[in-house]
Design a protein around this ligand. Structure first.
Ligand code: SF4
Length: 240
């Protein structure tokens, strides 16, 4: 069973900023500075991120590889029927839904820009680039942030389900803040220039220490500042 304690957030903004800096520094000591993958085109990164929804990295890669084999140029995918795209990405799960979204986006881009490229977004301010992507069905804030963080090297902090869980436990966001809303609350807390580092290291931290079902608080250096840990009942005394 996942832990039951439910911390509430009582920290003010400055305290949250301090805690986030401490967290960022601690995770750097523990996991290092993650390297950035060779930069893909923004459109490739977007399609890859769409394919990553509700599946593993392995299955996402299989689906992306299948798509590129079947349609080596995005022009070909845009001209194909969604069923053809679905057949190519079957191994990634939710193939029909993802194919409809990819097809719809590619066709919109072709109509709007006449070429299947999103490289023009490098010149757009963050808010404008995010708004352009998120107006499309199936592209939420997280998908837009991941795409732009990876392919445009932007200092944006994507919040997935694991990062949302850790931020709630630490008291950086309140219990009712959704992952979508958490982007606006957590972004300003992240030390400038370190969003990619913190995002990647938090994923590693969530896999190894602050896990969903059984967080290893006893070995966590952050426990004194953690709202979740402080809300746990005291451990029974030995022999008592
Ligand atoms: S003390 Fe426990 S709940 Fe808090 S961050 Fe560490 S592992 Fe997660």
């Amino acid at each position: 069973m996942p832990p039951k304690a439910s911390p509430s957030s009582t920290l003010d903004f400055r305290s949250k900023k301090r805690l986030t800096r401490r967290l960022t520094n601690h995770l750097r000591e523990r996991f290092g500075v993650p390297s950035r993958e060779a930069r893909a085109g923004i459109l490739d990164a977007l399609i890859e991120t769409l394919l990553s929804q509700s599946t593993t990295d392995h299955n996402r890669d299989l689906a992306f590889g299948g798509l590129k084999r079947r349609f080596p140029a995005w022009e070909e995918a845009a001209a194909a029927r969604p069923a053809g795209i679905a057949a190519a990405i079957r191994q990634g799960g939710l193939a029909n839904q993802k194919a409809a979204r990819i097809s719809s986006f590619l066709r919109w881009l072709k109509r709007e820009r006449e070429e299947l490229s999103l490289e023009f977004l490098h010149d757009a301010p963050d808010a404008e680039a995010v708004a352009l992507l998120t107006r499309h069905k199936g592209i939420g804030v997280k998908t837009a942030y991941v795409t732009l963080m990876k392919a445009s090297s932007r200092d944006l902090f994507p919040v997935d389900v694991h990062i949302h869980r850790i931020a709630r436990r630490l008291g950086l966001i309140g219990p009712r803040v959704t992952p979508e809303k958490a982007h606006g609350e957590l972004g300003p807390l992240v030390p400038p220039g370190r969003a990619h580092e913190l995002h990647m290291n938090l994923l590693a931290f969530g896999r190894t220490v602050c896990t969903a079902r059984a967080p290893r608080c006893g070995e966590c250096i952050l426990r004194r500042g953690c709202a979740f840990y402080r809300s746990l009942p005291p451990a029974p005394k030995a022999g008592g």
